[in-house]
Design a protein around this ligand. Structure first.
Ligand code: CO8
Length: 373
């Protein structure tokens, strides 16, 4: 059986960033305008006044300080609170394709590979901007690949790790020599910037990973083992879909955006993820404290600190469990990959680590890796 390795990673960071201060200022302006416009109904007790957001709450509850976005002005306009992204003609590359080709180019350079050496493109992310043709097929063409195939995968925040397992299995089975797993996350397209509980949570980004068959002199990380888990939960949902227009009650025709019970997610997912990583290590006879690095999904700083402590048996340092969510916010499936991309160059030969995602589904994906000699 071939040994699958991660030989290259890349990232595309969108051109705009929004600080907590900017986001809160626009949200609170929206709240003031709403409360003024509904003053009479609020005084009559017919409408609840909206409450403002706060920078202190966001930082304390999540650890998020900033997020990158594809388009900024529409999000910060209190009259709109949604990015302004004009529909493109079919002859132009789609937005996700544009992000993906840039992240992929960087990953290919990192892996010293050309697009012609890639057998397939797996686009693994929370939301595709259209159902078909598959985003991956468009990206395959945009990369100049006349060979191979492309397909899309969606397991929300765990899409990238699930994609890496599929890629690793294709390498192990000998049906491919090298694959790209790309995660173009335009979370700003389906985040409700008018929702006080979640308006600060997400950011846009695209990551790319080259998974290939090891040769004698390959550098990178061995994919030693992969383990996937899902368990149905309604606590994180997006109900957008074709059937919305078929609903006659009117409910289905409303915007269908991200919703969650954040508290329940926190409570239920932390023990599930810690147990999952510990079980995975046990299957390989790896003592969990020998993990040099935990590249965890980046949703909430408190969640990551708790998971890392349960796995390692002590409070993890920033080196042991690197944090990127302060700068990027939750980038869904791309989060653990950004952590890996930014924080793997100092890992020494033979060192072990885990890339682990978790999120809607619920879904958990862990990839146990070891730095090659
Ligand atoms: N400003 C000020 N106060 C606020 C705000 C705000 N913006 N929001 C809420 N509050 C108040 C509440 O009203 C509440 O007040 P009170 O105590 O008086 O009732 C108080 O703050 C505490 O509220 P919460 O209990 O809601 O706050 P938490 O401490 O639980 O923090 C979090 C909220 C940050 C959401 C936290 O629960 C969390 O991070 N949970 C885990 C979330 C998570 O990991 N979700 C995974 C989703 S990602 C995923 O799976 C991919 C989905 C696909 C991508 C979608 C892209 C759009």
């Amino acid at each position: 059986m071939e040994q699958a390795i991660i030989s290259g990673t890349g990232i595309f960071i969108p051109p705009f960033s929004i600080s907590n201060a900017e986001l809160v200022a626009s949200f609170n302006q929206y709240v003031r305008q709403f409360n003024e416009a509904h003053e009479a109904e609020i005084e009559a007790g017919q409408t609840q006044p909206l409450e403002g957001s706060s920078e202190e709450f966001i930082l304390k509850a999540s650890g998020i300080e900033n997020r990158y976005v594809w388009e900024k002005s529409g999000i910060l306009d209190p009259e709109r609170m949604c990015p302004m992204i004009p529909e493109r003609d079919n002859s132009e590359p789609s937005v996700q394709c544009e992000m993906a080709t840039q992240a992929a180019a960087q990953a290919l350079t990192d892996a010293a590979k050309s697009p012609q050496e890639i057998d397939g493109v797996l686009v693994a992310c929370s939301n595709m901007q259209r159902p078909y043709p598959a985003m991956a097929v468009e990206i395959q063409a945009a990369l100049g690949m006349e060979q191979g195939y492309g397909f899309d995968i969606n397991v929300a925040c765990s899409s990238a790790t699930f994609g890496i397992e599929i890629a690793a299995n294709a390498i192990r089975a000998g049906t491919a020599k090298a694959l790209l797993v790309i995660s173009p996350e335009i979370t700003s397209g389906h985040l409700n910037f008018r929702d006080r509980d979640s308006h600060f949570i997400f950011g846009d980004v695209c990551t790319a990973v080259v998974v290939e068959a090891a040769t004698k002199n390959s550098a990178g990380f061995d994919i030693v083992s992969t383990k996937l888990r899902t368990q149905f939960s309604n606590n994180i949902r997006n109900n957008f879909g074709f059937l919305n227009r078929a609903d006659e009650t009117g409910i289905g025709k409303k915007d269908k955006l991200f919703v969650q019970n954040g508290r329940s997610v926190f409570k239920e997912v932390v023990p599930m993820v810690a147990a999952h990583i510990l079980e995975h290590c046990e299957e390989l006879d790896w003592a969990p404290e020998t993990l040099k690095r935990l590249w965890l999904h980046q949703a909430n700083l408190g969640m990551n600190q708790l998971i890392a402590k349960k796995v390692l048996g002590h409070v993890a340092s920033d080196t042991e469990a690197p944090v990127i969510l302060n700068e990027f916010a939750n980038t869904s499936s791309a989060g653990s990959i950004i952590a890996f991309h930014r924080h793997h160059s100092d890992v020494e030969a033979g060192d072990r680590g885990v890339i682990c995602s978790f999120g809607a589904g619920y879904s958990i994906g862990s990839i146990l890796v070891q730095k090659r000699d």
